[in-house]
Design a protein around this ligand. Sequence first.
Ligand code: SF4
Ligand code: SF4
Length: 141
Amino acid sequence: MDDGLRFTCQRGCTNCCERQGFVYLTEQDLRNAARYLGMSVAAFERRYVYRTAHLIRLRKPRASQCHFLGPNGCAIHPAKPTQCRLFPFWPELVEHRAAWNAEAQYCPGIGTGPLIQIGTAVETADEMRRAYSAMYFDRKL
Ligand code: SF4
Ligand code: SF4
């Protein structure tokens, strides 16, 4: 992509939280969310987290995609995991115009708002890559 992207998150929308998929966390995400909820990291992890050798993700409740999605949106919004905070500036979307455009059918914020320079979008996507290096670089999964 050689030009910019338009995006503004839409008030009241929770589409991305309702999509089928997993929410992965960094170790810092884990500490932030636990602190925000006033829980110890160990207690937060026991209750909400599934951990393997190479990744950490939120457990999913039976009836929804995320324990923290409530009627008023994300219950841990100020401390939400990196992938939630950076969406839709994920490498697989920012670096492929067709994928970015296709994502607009789920995310009504795509294509709206001021133009975001592609360099800024790529920097954000790089933050995503660094945060989840096991998925993007190490290919240990
Ligand atoms: S789907 Fe898009 S507009 Fe809706 S909450 Fe997620 S990022 Fe915002
Ligand atoms: S942690 Fe919050 S922002 Fe992320 S999927 Fe769950 S409710 Fe949505």
